[in-house]
Design a protein around this ligand. Sequence first.
Ligand code: KG4
Ligand code: ZN
Length: 355
Amino acid sequence: MEINKVSIIITRMKILAIETSCDETALALVEASGGLKSPKFRVLKNIISSQTAIHAHWGGVVPNLAKREHEKNLPLLLKQISGKNMKRFLDGVDFISVTASGPGLEPALWAGITFAKQIAQTYKKNIIAASHLEGHLYSFLLPTKKLKSVNLKTALPAIVLSVSGGHTFLLYMKTLKNWKKLGETRDDAAGEAFDKVARMLNLPYPGGPQIEKIAKAGNPEAIAFPRPMINQKNYDFSFSGLKTSVLYYLRDHLKAKKEDVAASFQKAAIDVLVAKTIRAAQSLGVRSIILCGGVAANKTIRNELAVKAQGLDFNFFVPDFIYNTDNAAMIAAASYLEVLRKKKYRLIAQGNPRI
Ligand code: KG4
Ligand code: ZN
């Protein structure tokens, strides 16, 4: 089953999206319209069931456990999203989209794909296999509290900083169809570094929000952690050296104040991310800077990048908090654009990002 007429998709479409790439089971119902020139999305329903409490026990996500939890949660979420009459709900859906490529865990991705196939078969629906990375990249198009839709004429070209637990990319987005990678992390993803440093500080998984929380009571200038690759002209990142510096610091300073370590680490990581993003924006002469991915939920990076971007006359876009970490609304947006871009991804789990 496939969508072969792009034209039908330019009109108003209702998309039921499924996201299971990591440890959030998420479903969303999104109305999409406007086409590639001015896409508009209305998030009619957006539900997320987080497994973090289960994985926290193991200090990180266990792929097969994630898969089992997704299999358990998906039918419950479908019931919740569809209300009393599942058939009537699905009759109003134009197609189903499901995350198939990563970054993600293949067993977890398969859980979503298998479930999507079951519903598609039962209710005679088409499926679009979506890319998780594209979900994050296009999440800035989802409506925010401030902005119903983005005016692409004034927003693009843009530099996109996509930072999550599974990837860290800097991209040049010329149009919604035409974007390319400028750089990426050479080792740990930014979110992964937050998670690992949190573990060193005995903070629970996922560590990013925990680091942010305790950093508020710390001094970001207390410890001079390195800013890896900040002065290199390329657009790559590296976080493993920074992580090791934190490890050695804690080894050598048994009485270190956790809050200061968290605040200083957070500042070091963000300084590099912000500096390279701004440099890319200046040298490529773009109109905007876009921040997305789980780490974009961090208020310090949001504020720093917003202030720097606006000070230099760039527009700044960041999705609302609920659309930074994994969600299915962004998958609906990615699948709508995928069809308009005349892409067609295979309905098989692929852990690596499609880039
Ligand atoms: O996009 P996401 O939900 O999943 C992946 O695709 O990986 O990102 C999750 C990552 C985790 O590493 C988490 O620690 C990090 O985003 N994160 C944060 C914050 N909230 C989530 N990192 C720093 N500060 C936060 N507030
Ligand atoms: Zn993600």
